[in-house]
Design a protein around this ligand. Structure first.
Ligand code: NDP
Length: 242
């Protein structure tokens, strides 16, 4: 049984990734910070698709290092180490710098960037010591690749994820664990529900938003055996946005 943790899988891109990995037979462990019931529904759907045992969702705030570590260690103790992690959960709090408050800077960095460390730290060593030739995928963003106006905090966090992924990929290469980032453009989820749709679409060469399933397909590819030689990369899924 190959267990895969998908953070932020109660909805949006994380939910699509969880369901897609379940199709490939992985035992998906779902996660949320608030919407435990939604994560439970996704967990049930995953178990029914994959045929793997149903597991209760993990519920923790990624920015809370101690709780993240405690819950992940307890989960691995009870259910075994992970084959892989999709570090998907994230938030945005957009504002141009003159009105970007310290709280918005801190919450985005703490959740999106420090949260990556908080979740990977407890999970990686057990993968190494059990000789799991697994997969780590982190969700960056087009905003972290090119920088977006009004997203200085989010662009910083998402660019930081790319640096972290590239460094960790080198650290883990001899253990045959691949580490990659996926950088979506604008994807139809709650996160972008307040964007001026028609205006934003004009900036996208494909003139449409992406679907969560289109990101999930790329993540699923990275989990396949034939992707074993793909590591330290940033793969964009953005309709030609950059
Ligand atoms: P959504 O807002 O739809 O979902 C966010 C998910 O993250 C939810 O499951 C939420 O849980 C969880 N989450 C939020 N805050 C925390 C926290 N503090 N601790 C733990 N979990 C948390 O996001 P998307 O699906 O749109 O985005 C998924 C990832 O993709 C994010 O990292 C995002 O930055 C990135 N991305 C998204 C793009 C887009 O256009 N949508 C573009 C580029 C990148 P709960 O339901 O409990 O609140």
């Amino acid at each position: 049984m190959k267990r895969v943790l998908v953070t932020g899988s109660s909805r949006g891109i994380g939910k699509a990734i969880a369901l897609r990995l379940a199709e490939d037979g992985f035992a998906v462990v779902t996660h949320a910070v608030k919407n435990k019931d939604a994560a439970m529904e996704v967990a049930k759907e995953c178990a029914s698709i994959s045929g793997q045992p149903l597991q209760e969702p993990l519920v923790f705030d990624l920015a809370d290092r101690e709780k993240t570590q405690t819950l992940l260690e307890a989960d691995m103790e009870a259910n075994g180490v992970f084959f892989g992690v999709v570090a998907n959960a994230g938030i945005a709090a957009d504002a141009p710098v003159p009105i970007l408050e310290g709280d918005a800077w801190d919450s985005v960095i703490d959740t999106d960037l420090t949260g990556l460390y908080n979740v990977l730290k407890p999970v990686v060593m057990p993968m190494v010591s059990e000789r799991i030739r697994g997969r780590i995928v982190a969700l960056s963003s087009v905003s972290g690749v090119v920088g977006n106006r009004g997203q200085v905090n989010y662009s910083a966090a998402k660019a930081g994820i790319i640096g972290a992924v590239k460094a960790l990929a080198v650290e883990l290469v001899r253990h045959k664990i691949t580490v990659n980032a996926v950088a979506p453009g604008v994807i139809e989820t709650d996160m972008v529900s307040e964007l001026p749709v028609e205006e934003v679409k004009k900036a996208i060469p494909m003139r449409r938003f992406g679907k969560p399933e289109e990101v999930a397909g790329v993540v699923a590819f990275l989990f396949r055996e034939e992707a074993a030689y793909v590591t330290r990369q940033v793969i964009s899924v953005n309709g030609g946005l950059c």
